[in-house]
Ligand binder design. Structure first.
Ligand SMILES: Cc1cc2nc3c(=O)[nH]c(=O)nc-3n(C[C@H](O)[C@H](O)[C@H](O)COP(=O)(O)OP(=O)(O)OC[C@H]3O[C@@H](n4cnc5c(N)ncnc54)[C@H](O)[C@@H]3O)c2cc1C
Length: 625
């Protein structure tokens, strides 16, 4: 339905799809809509995608209409219960898991609007929106309510794996139900003894004569692992077939539904998947976190996805997409805190300016104090920089799928592969920092539960942990990604960065930033030139500072994306500009300048340590602590 109306009118879409009252987009607490449209349309050129056959039905207007519809549902259905679901965690009474009803209503509105299948083919019931626009829509839900939105993106990731690697029968059985939100999905990797080290997972899948497998084992931390929000839950489970090679090369992937699926597609008898208990968390409390027991009664049946022993490769597809989702979630929680603290800093009055201490004058708004503006600038730099990073990754997904020729598609895929650990990690680290600054701006009030910023902080703290910890992402980037195809992906990134440097050099107001980015990129190359040969024979030492490398790499990439934003702002300001627009562009330029003056130079310490191959952490013996 959405597909039909979206092609016609944004007025119709709001009335038909959401039946929601019009909302004031300009006064939103979940997004700065001006920024979203600037990034989507001006920086990442979403409208150019409409020239490609896949998106030919779309236009700038349909993209805006999709965002309007998403924002309306996010603000009306998701945001209002963000605090309630934090205060009323899911409960397990020994038989059933109950979740507050607002979660189901919100997800129903989301699925009914066709948003789960936003970027899928028309034939699959989708809207064929570019991934860039679909991720932008998704970001609004993550901002409004990260916990409720997680059921949707887990389901989408699950459907993507089945769509790509499942058999025709599995696609028939699960895909329509998942994409319409009748069934929800999970990813079940982690076991008590195997978290980061998936090589050690022990869940077993024993072949049955009819081609199915009997699954036995225990999984922990499985998000969305049990609830009654959908008619069925399709678990994607990693397990070992007896006789499989040891380590990650012996892991296979299975669909294991909570209820078996009848021939007519309806849920049938209960499969032997038991909820061993719920986990109580610091944040994301609205998402059920479960310990699941497979095959306690010897009757848990699963079906293999694709070929035996290739399960982790398949699952990595889901994890890679999930990692863009994690980065985006982190960016949006940071964004939410930034907007809340900006409003607070404008409204709360306290103290006087250092040069104007007269007590007969009223106190000034917090935003008048330089230190408060420092904290706002840092937040703006982290959250809008993170947003740019995640949207750029989504644009790469579109390039990988729809660029004009195969070499261009392959290049986009390599670049995305390289950047995935950064997209997952940089927002997770720096937007928690942003959330901490948002609390700081609220002073003592920020530390209370009466204001929302403490929840954003708690919610965001997860993002450095799940979908591969920060440390694991760092190892992935330095140990694998930068060396991929003999460093070709790094060279591709360098080519993109050079283009921006060239454009910025042509503008007097950005010459300093262009020079600083060129230096930063050269520095990164010099550091890599030391680290890469060190891998031969000294891999442990080379990887000891993978975390510092992730930070310099991430800061360099985000500096580049800030310069891209600064460039668009500079071009717009060179033309006659409406006063409000001019303020927006000046804000972009100033934040770009801040990032280059205050953040990027801090990376020099990391470069020095990395190049020295310093061994202080490595030689600190465990029993010296
Ligand atoms: C709220 C929540 C939701 C989750 N949802 C899911 C889900 O839906 N499905 C699922 O399968 N899992 C899920 N997880 C599990 C999550 O992916 C794991 O917690 C994560 O992968 C880390 O595993 P671990 O907790 O066992 O920590 P460990 O692997 O024990 O790691 C502990 C610390 O040691 C470090 N470390 C570990 N190994 C190395 C190494 N080789 N080199 C350097 N440092 C290392 C880590 O970086 C980390 O800092 C979830 C977790 C949480 C908290």
């Amino acid at each position: 339905m959405l597909r039909f109306v979206i092609l016609h009118s944004r007025t119709i879409i709001r009335r038909t799809v959401t039946s929601l009252p019009a909302i004031d987009m300009a006064d939103s607490t979940i997004i700065d809509r001006r920024d979203l449209e600037f990034q989507l349309l001006d920086v990442f050129d979403a409208a150019t995608l409409t020239q490609r056959p896949r998106f030919a039905d779309h236009s700038r207007e349909t993209f805006i209409a999709a965002l309007d519809a998403a924002q309306a549902i996010a603000e009306e259905r998701f945001a209002p219960h963000n605090r309630t679901s934090d205060e009323h965690e899911p409960q397990f009474d020994g038989e059933r898991v109950s979740v507050i009803p607002e979660v189901r209503d919100a997800l129903r509105a989301y699925c009914d609007a066709g948003l789960l299948a936003a970027d899928k083919d028309y034939d699959a019931g989708g809207m064929q929106l570019p991934a860039l626009v679909a991720h932008a829509c998704q970001s609004l839900f993550q901002s409004a309510n990260i916990a409720t939105s997680s059921y949707a993106w887990l389901t989408l990731g699950n459907a993507n794996v089945i769509e790509r690697f499942g058999s025709a029968a599995q696609k028939r059985k699960y895909l329509p139900a998942l994409l319409e939100g009748r069934f929800f999905g999970t990813m079940a990797l982690t076991e008590p003894q195997a978290g980061s080290g998936l090589a050690d997972l022990t869940t077993r899948a024993t072949p049955n004569p009819d081609g199915s497998y009997s699954i036995t084992g225990n999984k922990v931390f499985i998000s969305g692992g049990d609830h009654e929000l959908a008619a069925n839950i399709v678990h994607l489970v990693l397990a070992r077939i007896p006789g499989a090679p040891p380590g990650v090369k012996g892991i296979s992937l299975f669909t294991v539904p909570k209820f078996h699926v009848n021939d007519d597609g309806a849920p049938g008898a209960r499969n032997d998947v038991a909820l061993a208990g719920l986990i109580h968390k610091m944040g994301w409390r609205g998402t059920t976190s479960t310990m699941l027991s497979f095959g306690e009664r010897g009757a848990c049946i699963g079906e293999i996805v694709g070929e035996p022993h290739r399960g982790l490769t398949y699952m990595f597809q889901m994890m890679n997409e999930a990692r863009i989702g994690v980065g985006m979630g982190a960016a949006m929680l940071g964004y939410r805190g930034y907007l809340a603290s900006l409003q607070y800093a404008r409204e709360r009055r306290q103290g006087r300016r250092p040069d104007e201490k007269r007590p007969d004058l009223p106190p000034v708004p917090l935003i008048e104090h330089a230190d408060v503006r420092r904290m706002l600038l840092a937040q703006k730099a982290y959250v809008e920089g993170s947003y740019a990073l995640c949207l750029f990754a989504a644009r790469l997904v579109d390039e990988q799928r729809t660029a004009a020729d195969e070499p261009a598609r392959a290049e986009a895929g390599e670049l995305l592969d390289l950047l995935t650990p950064v997209v997952k990690s940089w927002p997770s680290q720096w937007c928690v920092e942003a959330n901490s600054l948002a609390i700081q701006i609220h002073g003592g009030y920020g530390y209370t539960r009466e204001y929302p910023v403490e929840q954003f902080y708690r919610d965001n703290r997860l993002n450095m942990i799940h979908e591969g910890t920060h440390g694991i992402q760092a190892l992935d980037l330095l140990g694998r990604k930068v060396a991929m195809h003999d460093g070709r992906a790094v060279a591709l990134l360098g080519r993109e960065i050079d283009k921006t440097i060239g454009d910025a050099n042509a503008r007097a107001d950005l010459a300093d930033e262009a020079r600083a980015l060129a230096n930063a990129w050269r520095n990164l190359g010099d550091t890599l030139a030391v680290l890469r040969p060190a891998f031969a024979g000294h891999a442990t030492l080379a990887l000891a500072h993978a975390n510092a490398f992730l930070e310099v790499f991430g800061h360099t990439v985000v500096a580049w994306l800030w310069l891209r934003q600064g460039l668009v702002a500079s071009r717009r300001l060179a033309q006659p500009t409406h006063d409000d627009d001019a303020k927006f562009y000046r804000g972009k330029q100033q934040t770009c300048q801040w990032f280059f003056r205050y953040e990027l130079p801090r990376m020099q310490t990391h470069h020095t340590l990395l190049r020295a191959l310093d061994d202080t952490t490595l030689t600190m013996a465990p029993d010296w602590f």
